[in-house]
Each structure stands twice: as C-alpha cells, then as structure tokens.
Design a protein around this ligand. Structure first.
Ligand SMILES: Cc1ncc(C[n+]2csc(CCOP(=O)(O)OP(=O)(O)O)c2C)c(N)n1
Ligand SMILES: [Mg+2]
Length: 566
C-alpha cells in the first residue's frame, strides 16, 4: 500500500474531469500544485493579475465546454480573484477556483492579526455555487467531486476550494479515498418527461408563427445541430440571446439573429415561443411586453436542465426539464411523425428580413469614409476581414454594440462576451484563454479603448505564452457609452474622456506587434500585417468620438430595459 501527496490527489481529481490548464501567479504556498500539474502534462500559465487569470479560465470553458483551474495565493492573491469569479458566476461559467489559506478552517476562529489573512471563504460564498475549505489531504477527492457536481450541474458556475498549504505536502494512504471517474459521482440530466414533450410538440405543431429563443444552455449541451434540426422540422424561426450567438448559424434560412430591441417586431409576432437553455433574463426583456407579446396571445414552452429557471420571469405553458440536446431531439422526433406542423414560410420570410438588416449594417458601414474613422466602418471592415473559423471576443461599451451589429456568427462557441454582467476588461484575457484552449482557431478581440486598459498588462502574458491573438481597439479616447446619459441628465460630462494613448507602442513594449491606424483604408492592411506577424498583435484604430456615442439600437435598447418589469 503506497502513499500519495495532497497535491497529487488534487491534480488527479482535476485530470479525471479533463482539466488541461491551470492559471496561477506563482506563490510558494502552492508550489507542489504547480509542479504536479506540470508533471501531469497540464498547461501551467502565469498571468499578470489573478482576476484576469479567472477570465482566461472562463474563456477556456466557454471555448471548449471543459473547466480550467485558477489558483490564488493566500490573502491578496485570493482577494484579486474575486472580480473574475463574480463575472463567471453571473455569466454561468464553470471555473474551478482554488486558494491557499494562512491557516486551517478550524484555527480561523482565533483573531491573531495574522499576515495576509482575510476570511476568504466568506468572500466567495455568495458568488460561487459551492465554497468550502478542505480540512485534510485524504478528503481532497471527496471535495473535488462535490465541486465538480456543482460547477457542471444545473446552471453551471464557479466553485471555490481552499486549504492550508501543508495539505498539498501531506502524504496519505493511497487507497483510503481513491479518485473516481466522473460517471461514478455525478449524473447528467436525462431526456424531459415524454408526456410533456408530446404536449410541447402538439403546441409547436399548431403554431402559426413559432419562434425559438436559444440561450447559452444550447452551447453547454453541445446541441447546435439538434437546435437547427428542430427549427427545420418545426418550421420555426430562431433567435438567440446576445450572449449565445452562433448557437444556430446566423446564415441559416430560419435564423433571425439576436433577441434585442431591433428584433422586437418578430418577437411580438410569434404565437408560440420555445425558450431553450436560457433564464429569459433582462437582456431579452424578461420574455414580457413590450419586447414580447403577453401570455394571453403568446404561448411559452421552456426547456432547460435547471428546473429553477422555469416560470421565473414569464408564466410557462409547457415546462420541459432535462438535457437540452435530448429535449430538442425528442421534440424533433415527436414533430417528425405528426401531420400538424408549420411549413416554415413565416420563419423564412422573417429570416430573410432580419439577415438583410444584418448584411446592411456591414454594407452601410463600408460606405462611411473620412478620418477619424467612423466606428461603424471599423466594425464592418473587421467583420468582413474575419475568416470563417474565427473565434471572436468582444469588450467595451458602444464598441461592443458596433461589433454586435456588424458580426454574423455562424458557429457555436465562437463569440465570447459577458452578455449578462457586462464586465469591462474581460476582452484581452478572454482572447488569451480562448487561444490557449483552441490554438487551431484564429482568435480576435474587438474592444473599446477604455475596456482595453483594464488588463492591458496581459499582453505580456500573451507574448510570453505565444497566444497570437489579433486585438482591434476602437479608440475614441473616451468611455463613450456613459456619455449620452450623463449629457441628458446634467448637460455636461465628468470623467468621460481620457488622454491620447499609444496602445500600439504599449503593445510593442510588452512584446507584441503594434499598429496605429487613422484612416479607413489603413484598417485591412494593418489587420493583414497583424495576422501575418504570428505574434499577439494590437491594431489601434482612432475613431470619431462623436459618432461613437450613439450606435443604432442604443435608445431602443435602453427603452426595452426601462420598460421591462424589474
Ligand atoms: C468593470 C466595469 N466598469 C465600469 C463599467 C461601466 N461602463 C459600461 S460601458 C463603459 C464605457 C466603456 O468604454 P470603452 O471600452 O472605451 O467603449 P466605448 O463605449 O467608448 O466604445 C463603462 C465605464 C462596466 N460595465 N464594467
Ligand atoms: Mg471608448
């Protein structure tokens, strides 16, 4: 009978779950963990700020469906993890967060004015699905199992585990608490109830104007193909939440794009809505008037793996609780054998209209000449430049809105954006995490200049780990999204403008390729040089600040928010 260290038990517990990356700024409190993870073949990456490392792990999970691990050293290292964890929690992204702690849980009750001590568990409890202190090495597998059950079950989310540094070095009997395979300790949801599927299929089959609202749960379940097949069989139009774009190809003849204020006429017209893998939150108007029609005239079928999201924001006619992929397949099967189903004319008509508007955004943007560059021109040039297999990250205020208007997303897990929390600063780390997870894909970032500044130093990380991302900065030297509201309220701005910054030179100083562009004609050549450099690259494009203040759809967007019940 052999012995095994706490660090080994931890790494093995991560490996059985397919974890391949560990993000950590070195801290001697967890040296054995870094060493064992590296020895096990995991990618061990040190960022320049713990919160950015959480964003990297978050992007890894979004790009692959598999969680990554972030480790913080006791006290400040753990405290710095917090914003990244808050973002992952609100966004429903599984991240395994580990902290060392000055002392064991049992010893924390005594107030001794310790160096680098803060009650970490209490900080993380409200923003994780599970937070616990592992008391001793032999219980590592048990705590990791519980952590993964929570991180990946229901609506996914981050989990936090902590321990005193000695735990990693402690040797325990190898056979006492062995590491099990995931199938032995956590179950995936099954297919929804058959009778409910039949009722849903009957309702969808009789619909005159069926519309599917797809959320991130479609990505979680890897159910894009099933979603597309259902749309075809049901003759339904499909929109996605803004954060789940690409769940269906936006070029599919039934795709009507993002559920936002601009799509409201279609959302109101539908007589049966199938919401799938979404909590129908505020960004889609809570599924209520004025963005949608009321329950009296618009029926709702809601399919989700988590029963806790059903009926929260809108009364439901048929609830389907279970795996999204199996649920969609079951619905497709039930409809395929039914003689009552929609012919898809309404869906195709609406999709033609919606896709014309989407194409128009690019065509109209390309017409805008002059310097400084119009942000719509930049977004259009960017969208047109992207290769088909691009993975795009968005960050910024109005900058992100311009990009949303110009982009057409055709693949799942290809647009990373904090659609729920709107967390500025996620862009650079998201792009790095995505590129490390998917080196086979060209990874781009479209960011506002304000957002870009939060984690600018991570460009050094990108350079060091060879994450050849191409970052485009829509640079108006201002926090433009905040400007109009402030002008409307007090007639002037405070703290909206920043000084002129050479992000291209900063990028070069941090080991990346840099480009500064001030004319529309300069954009594409700079993008080409950036891609060809083979290095992480920053293309700073100076845009017209006045034009950046009010992107189309902005006022409707605010109107929809204000009108939906809070
Ligand atoms: C971390 C964080 N801080 C503040 C905000 C509030 N906020 C939303 S948009 C925005 C302006 C963003 O400026 P920039 O990235 O330059 O994009 P622009 O609107 O100028 O295109 C601010 C400050 C936020 N969403 N997140
Ligand atoms: Mg700006």
């Amino acid at each position: 009978m052999g012995t095994i260290s706490g660090a080994d038990l931890l790494v093995r517990s991560l490996q059985v779950e397919g974890v391949r990356a560990l993000f950590a700024i070195t801290d001697i409190s967890f040296t054995p963990l870094s060493v064992k993870a590296e020895a096990a073949g995991m990618l061990v990456v040190a960022g320049r700020h713990e919160s950015a490392e959480v964003h990297m792990a978050d992007a890894w999970a979004r790009a692959t469906g598999i969680p990554a691990v972030v480790v913080g050293g006791m006290g400040p290292g753990v405290a710095n993890l917090l914003p990244g964890v808050v973002n992952a929690w609100t966004e429903g992204v599984p991240v395994v967060v580990i902290g060392t702690q000055r002392t064991s849980r049992a010893d924390q009750a005594v107030r001794r004015n310790r160096f680098q001590y803060v009650p970490q568990l209490e900080l993380f409890r409200p923003v994780t699905k599970f937070a616990a202190a592992i008391p001793e090495a032999r219980r590592v597998p048990e705590y990791l199992r519980e952590a993964f059950r929570h991180a990946l079950g229901g609506r996914p989310g981050p989990v936090y585990l902590e321990f005193a540094p000695e735990l990693l070095r402690e040797e325990v009997d190898e056979d006492v608490n062995p590491v099990l395979a995931p199938a032995a300790y956590r179950a995936a949801p099954g297919s929804p109830d058959t009778a409910a599927v039949e009722r849903a299929a009957a309702l969808l089959g009789r619909a005159a104007r069926p519309l599917v609202l797809a959320g991130n749960g479609v990505h979680t379940a890897e159910a894009s193909e099933e979603l597309t097949r259902l749309a075809e069989i049901a003759g339904a139009a499909v929109c996605t939440t803004p954060g789940a774009r690409g769940a269906i190809s936006e070029r599919h003849p039934h795709a009507v794009g993002m559920a936002n204020a601009l799509l409201s006429p279609v959302m109101q017209e539908a007589d049966v809505v199938l919401a799938v893998g979404t909590g129908i939150g505020e960004v889609v108007g809570y599924g209520q008037p004025p963005a949608w029609a009321g329950p009296a005239v618009q029926r709702l079928i809601h399919l989700d793996r988590d029963p806790l999201v059903i009926g929260v924001n809108r009364p439901v006619d048929v609830a389907l609780v279970g795996d999204v992929r199996q649920g969609l397949s079951a619905l497709t099967k039930a409809l395929a054998t039914s003689d009552t189903r929609n012919d898809g004319d309404w869906a195709r008509e609406r999709a033609v209209g919606a896709q014309q508007v989407m194409n128009m955004m690019v065509d109209a943007g390309l017409e805008l000449d002059g310097s400084p560059v119009h942000p719509a021109r930049l977004a259009a040039e960017f969208a047109r430049y992207l290769p088909e297999d691009a993975l795009v990250c968005l960050d910024g205020g109005n900058s992100a809105l311009w990009a949303h208007l110009a982009l057409i997303v055709t693949r799942p897990r290809s647009l990373l954006w904090t659609g729920h929390f709107g967390h500025l600063g996620t862009g650079i780390p998201y792009a790095i995490g995505a590129k490390l997870a998917r080196p086979d894909r060209p990874v781009f970032l479209f960011s506002g200049d304000g957002a870009f500044g939060f984690n600018l130093q991570e460009l050094e990380t990108a350079s060091r780990v060879d994450a050849a991302i191409v970052a485009v900065v829509n640079c108006d030297y201002a926090w433009a999204m905040e400007e109009q509201g402030m002008l409307d309220e007090v007639g002037r701005t405070i703290g909206v403008h920043t000084s002129v910054v050479r992000y291209d030179l900063v990028a070069e100083g941090l080991g990346c390729h840099g480009e500064l562009v001030d004319s529309p004609e300069g954009i594409v050549p700079a993008l080409r040089r950036a891609s060809a450099s083979g290095r992480p690259a920053v293309v700073q494009v100076v845009v017209d600040h006045a034009m950046n203040v009010n992107p189309p759809g902005m006022s409707e967007f605010l109107e929809m928010y204000n009108a939906a019940t809070t």
